[in-house]
Design a protein around this ligand. Structure first.
Ligand SMILES: C[S@@+](CC[C@H](N)C(=O)[O-])C[C@H]1O[C@@H](n2cnc3c(N)ncnc32)[C@H](O)[C@@H]1O
Length: 285
């Protein structure tokens, strides 16, 4: 979540420059495992030495435990040596339990792990909405500010909104191999709480994955986020927004549908729309 650059973002970051390092935090060990299993092969041989994934709560980051993926690294090295004997590699895989990373007991973020000031922290896919209380949001932002470089470090997160985001909604996107459904089950205007489910239909396998992801979110507003960032001590906050295709006219689309090329623009004001998406950029110093 409040992931600090993990999964796809982290591996892209690492892939583009061999001097870069990345740190990720998530409450969900499965999500961290997924990153290791599905994205690390794109980074290159030294990828494992440049990424640290922590299993823990962003509200108590120092308690987060380093995920041990040594075993995965061993397997990878062997694979890259072009191990031709499949049985040998299978045996090894079962011996070191691929895909079941564990948090090591002795590698908490507060000990052993030296965190250099970070240039960029990201919390994408609307992760800030997982935190429901204002005090939690401010605490999280303070922790982020604490790890950012004071020489131009930035914190980037995304948020969606618009009139369609505050009611029940079901949007279907059809891709060649699968269909993806975004479902908003309800919207409570007192707590601004919503329940989002992502369903997938895999055409080839004729499989439906209902509720592949489900989230209980508080849909924060942009000024609430800005106020919390400033309260946490960020120097300045910038909004980059783009309007999204009208949800009424685009309940079912092929691929990303119309409007994919509309650019994000930095704005000071933005007229309410049916749907919009925003990147919030907070500058540390
Ligand atoms: C919407 S997902 C986004 C995942 C990730 N940011 C990405 O882009 O792939 C939200 C993630 O936040 C994690 N999460 C929620 N609350 C958290 C917390 N307090 N500390 C750490 N992770 C948290 C969840 O486990 C989940 O993986």
């Amino acid at each position: 979540m409040p992931s600090q650059l993990y999964s796809f973002d982290s591996t892209e970051w690492l892939r583009n420059d061999s001097r870069r390092t990345a740190v990720g935090v998530d409450l969900d060990l499965e999500a961290l495992d997924w990153c290791i299993e599905n994205n690390m092969d794109k980074v290159g041989a030294d990828g494992y030495s440049r990424i640290s994934l922590f299993h823990g709560n962003v509200l108590q980051p120092l308690e987060a435990k380093l995920v041990n993926f040594e075993s995965q690294e061993i397997i990878n090295n062997i694979r890259s040596k072009d191990c031709k004997d499949d049985s040998e590699s299978n045996e090894l895989q079962s011996a070191v339990q691929v895909g079941s990373s564990t948090s090591t007991d002795d590698m908490y973020m507060k000990r052993n792990v030296q965190l250099v000031p970070r240039d960029i922290v990201c919390a994408f896919n609307y992760s800030c909405c997982c935190l429901h209380k204002r005090a939690e949001l401010v605490l999280y932002f303070k922790h982020v500010l604490g790890v950012l470089s004071k020489k131009g470090g930035i914190f980037v997160m995304d948020l969606y909104g618009g009139t369609s985001s505050e009611s029940k909604l079901r949007l279907q996107r059809r891709f060649p191999n699968f269909t993806y459904i975004w479902e908003q089950a309800e919207f409570d205007i007192i707590g601004r709480k919503t329940r989002i489910s992502l369903h997938f239909h895999l055409q080839k396998q004729q499989r439906k994955l209902r509720h592949a992801f489900s989230y209980s979110w508080r849909l924060w507003s942009l000024p609430e986020i800005k106020d919390c960032l400033e309260e946490a001590g960020f120097q300045s906050v910038h909004f980059w927004i783009r309007q999204m295709p009208d949800t009424e006219a685009n309940r079912r689309t092929e691929g990303f549908g119309a409007g994919r090329d509309i650019k994000y623009e930095e704005v000071k004001t933005f007229e309410q729309a049916d749907a919009w998406n925003a990147y919030i950029v907070a500058v540390a110093n």
